[in-house]
Design a protein around this ligand. Structure first.
Ligand code: HEC
Ligand code: HEC
Ligand code: HEC
Ligand code: HEC
Length: 291
C-alpha cells in the first residue's frame, strides 16, 4: 500500500513540478541579464524605457554565434561600430591635473557607444535572429527597422534622452569620466602584480598572465588573486610609451550585471546602473582613486 502510494505520488510530483516550471517559463524568473535594462526584448522586467518588439532574444542585440565583426574589440560582436575619430574625448578639455595619456575612443567603450551615443539604431544587427538575415552593415545607421517603444528610444530605435535621463551620452564625451585613459597616472612602474603606480594617487593594479596575455585589474575583493567580475577591469591598449592598462566603460560597468543578484563574495549588488560593485560610500571611485 505504502509502495503503491509512493508509486503514484512520485510521477504526480514530477508532473506538478514540470507543469509549474512550464508555467514559470513564461514568467520572468531567470536571474542575470534577463532582469536588466539590457534585455531589449519585451520579456524584460527591468522597467525598460526602450523595448523592441522585433525579437524575444536577448544576446542578439550585442552578440552573434556566427559571422561576428572580427575587428570589434569585444567578443562575437553583432553590431556595426563607428570609429574612435567620431567622438570628442576628455583630452580636449586639456585638464591640467591629468597625468595619463588619453587615447581616441576604442576598446570595449566603442561597443557600449554603438547604442549609447544615440547615433544609430539599436537593431543595427549584423546577423539578425533566425535563419538568414545576414547584413554586414547591420542595415546601416537605421538598422533593421524593428518597432520600438518607450520614452528613451525614438521610432528609429536610437537611444534618446529625456530631461531626467542620461542613458544617451552622445558623441561628445568631454563631460564624462575619462575613458581610454592610461591607469595609474601614466601606468604601473612595471607589470608585476601589486606593482606601484607612477602616481601614488591610484590604487596599485593587480596583473596576471591569462593565455599568454598580461591583463590588469584593480582588486575590489580584498586581495583575492583571481580576476573577478566585481574587480575594476583594465583593458590593455597601446599608448605612446607602449602597451598599458586603460580605463574604459567596462572598467566600472558590467553590461550583464543583474541588480537583483548579490555579487560573489557577499558584495552588494550593482544597482540598476550595471556597476561592477555598488557605489555605496563611493566604493566605485575609491576602488581606483586614493582620496
Ligand atoms: C548590451 C550588450 C550586451 C548584451 C545584451 C549581452 N552582452 Fe555579453 N558582452 C557584452 C560586452 C560589451 C562584452 C565585453 C565585456 C568585456 O570586455 O569586459 C561582453 C562579453 C561577454 C562574454 C565574455 C566575457 C564574460 O563576461 O564572460 C560572454 C561569454 C558574453 N558576453 C555572453 C553573453 C550572453 C550569453 C548574453 C545573452 C544572455 C549576452 N552576453 C548579452 C555586451 C552584451
Ligand atoms: C544594444 C544596445 C546597447 C549596448 C551595446 C549597450 N547598452 Fe547600455 N543600455 C541600453 C538600453 C536600451 C538601456 C536602457 C535605457 C532605458 O530603458 O532606460 C541601457 C541602459 C544602460 C545603463 C543604465 C542607464 C539608466 O539610466 O538606468 C547603463 C549604466 C548602461 N546601459 C551602460 C552600458 C555599458 C557600460 C555598455 C557597454 C559595456 C552598454 N551599456 C552597452 C542599450 C545598450
Ligand atoms: C570611472 C567609472 C566609470 C566609467 C569609466 C564609466 N562609467 Fe558610466 N557610470 C558610472 C557610475 C558610478 C554611474 C552611476 C552614476 C549615478 O549613480 O548617478 C554611471 C552611470 C552611467 C549611466 C547612467 C546615467 C544616468 O544617470 O542615467 C550610463 C548610461 C553610463 N554610465 C554609461 C557609460 C558608458 C557608455 C561609459 C563609457 C563611455 C561609461 N559609463 C563609463 C561610472 C563609470
Ligand atoms: C577604474 C579606475 C577608476 C575608477 C573606478 C574611477 N576613476 Fe576617476 N580616474 C581614473 C583615472 C586613471 C583617471 C585619470 C587621472 C590621471 O591620469 O591623472 C581618472 C580621473 C578622474 C578625475 C580627474 C580628471 C582630471 O581632469 O584630472 C576625476 C575628478 C575622477 N576621475 C573622478 C572619479 C569619480 C568621482 C569616480 C567614481 C564615480 C571615479 N573617478 C572612478 C580611474 C578611475
Amino acid at each position: 500500500m505504502t509502495n503503491a502510494k509512493r508509486g503514484w505520488s512520485r510521477p504526480l510530483a514530477v508532473l506538478f513540478w514540470s507543469l509549474l516550471s512550464v508555467g514559470m517559463g513564461v514568467l520572468p524568473v531567470q536571474a542575470g541579464i534577463a532582469n536588466t535594462k539590457h534585455n531589449l526584448s519585451p520579456s524584460s522586467t527591468a522597467g525598460n524605457n526602450s523595448v523592441s518588439a522585433g525579437t524575444d532574444e536577448i544576446c542578439v542585440f550585442c552578440h552573434t554565434p556566427h559571422a561576428a565583426d572580427t575587428t570589434a574589440p569585444v567578443p562575437l560582436w553583432n553590431k556595426r561600430l563607428l570609429t574612435g575619430a567620431t567622438y570628442t574625448t576628455y583630452a580636449t578639455l586639456n585638464s591640467s591635473s591629468i597625468d595619463g595619456e588619453i587615447l581616441p575612443v576604442g576598446s570595449i567603450s566603442l561597443a557600449c557607444l554603438s547604442c549609447h551615443d544615440g547615433t544609430q539604431a539599436m537593431d543595427n544587427l549584423i546577423n539578425a535572429p533566425g535563419s538568414g538575415g545576414y547584413d554586414v552593415t547591420g542595415g546601416g545607421a537605421n538598422g533593421l527597422g524593428y518597432t520600438w517603444q518607450g520614452t528613451r528610444v525614438n521610432a528609429a530605435g536610437m537611444l534618446t534622452n529625456s530631461t531626467t535621463s542620461l542613458a544617451m551620452l552622445g558623441n561628445d564625451l568631454s563631460n564624462d569620466h575619462p575613458i581610454g585613459i592610461k591607469y595609474c597616472g601614466g601606468g604601473p612602474t612595471n607589470a608585476a602584480p601589486g606593482t606601484a603606480c607612477t602616481d601614488p594617487d591610484f590604487v596599485a593594479p593587480t596583473s596576471g598572465v591569462v593565455n599568454g596575455n598580461t591583463v590588469f585589474w584593480v582588486d575590489t575583493t580584498g586581495g583575492t588573486a583571481a580576476r573577478n567580475k566585481t574587480d575594476m577591469q583594465l583593458y590593455t591598449r597601446t599608448f605612446a610609451t607602449g602597451a598599458g592598462p586603460s580605463v574604459e566603460c567596462g572598467s566600472c560597468h558590467d553590461p550583464h550585471a543583474d541588480p537583483a543578484t548579490p555579487n560573489p563574495g557577499g558584495l552588494p549588488s550593482s544597482g540598476a546602473t550595471f556597476l561592477r560593485v555598488a557605489n555605496t560610500n563611493s566604493a566605485v571611485c575609491l576602488a581606483c582613486h586614493v582620496k
